[in-house]
Design a protein around this ligand. Structure first.
Ligand code: ADE
Length: 240
């Protein structure tokens, strides 16, 4: 299980919030996971401490220089050859819940956040094991993507979620979108909670929730619906 995350970033303030807030803050405070930041600027020489330069071949923007970035990654790794080095870029493998589960099973994760137009490819070739994307859109840097990834991974670690909100109940854990949820009052602005949820019949409630999840997945994300995972009762719901 994951016990340590290192983030290589020019903007550690992006990551600091994870340490101070909510579920990730608690997991770090109680020692479930360690979170460290490494700033390539600390490894840049000269008074200007410049971490970027113009791209060879011309074109707009700046590219992160290899040496300060490489030293930051190497410092993060220390002498632990096992740590997986992942870089957040729009070119990477798309993050999904299966990938998050996989990452939570690693011992150590080093996340490299790119800025400017990119990272010198030689760093990618020699020091980065995997590239990850959080979706088909472009952020101004990898930091928000790293924060998303860290949040998703840390909540899967043992003891982070309470018993009443176990990760097995998550949307996606059964390959379906989540069902709708309701709380008091029973009637709000003329809208009533579905009566089945007030019935106290737990088997019926479970069937209703699963039917809702299947129906929602079919309507919103038909690409996700894996018919192989459905039983006869599910088929009946789909046929309705
Ligand atoms: N950096 C910039 N855009 C990104 C994205 N969509 N996912 C991960 N890292 C990124």
């Amino acid at each position: 299980m994951l016990s340590r995350i290192d983030v290589v970033t020019l903007f550690p303030d992006w990551i600091r919030g994870l340490r101070e807030l909510g579920l990730t803050g608690r997991a770090i405070a109680d020692g479930t996971v360690d979170l460290h930041c490494w700033n390539p600027r600390d490894y840049a020489p000269g008074v200007h401490k410049s971490v970027d330069d113009r791209p060879y071949g011309g074109g707009p923007g700046m590219v992160m220089r290899p040496e300060p970035l490489a030293q930051a990654i190497e410092s993060a790794r220390g002498d632990d050859g096992e740590a997986l080095v992942g870089c957040l870029t729009p070119q990477g493998r798309r993050l999904d819940q299966a990938a998050v589960r996989e990452l939570a099973g690693r011992e150590r994760l080093i996340l490299v956040c790119g800025r400017y137009e990119g990272i010198d490819e030689r760093v990618m070739d020699t020091l980065v094991d995997e590239e990850w994307s959080i979706g088909d859109f472009v952020l101004s840097g990898g930091e928000p993507a790293a924060a998303v990834m860290i949040d998703a991974v840390v909540r899967l670690l043992p003891g982070v979620l309470g018993h009443d909100q176990s990760a097995e109940q998550d949307s996606f854990s059964d390959g379906l979108l989540d069902c709708p949820h309701y709380t008091r009052p029973e009637s709000w602005r003329g809208l009533d909670v579905p009566p089945v949820l007030l019935s106290g019949d737990h088997a019926r409630i479970e069937r209703w929730r699963r039917a809702q999840a299947i129906e929602r997945t079919r309507r919103r994300r038909p690409d996700m619906l894996d018919l192989r995972g459905l039983d006869a009762e599910d088929e009946r719901v789909l046929a309705e």
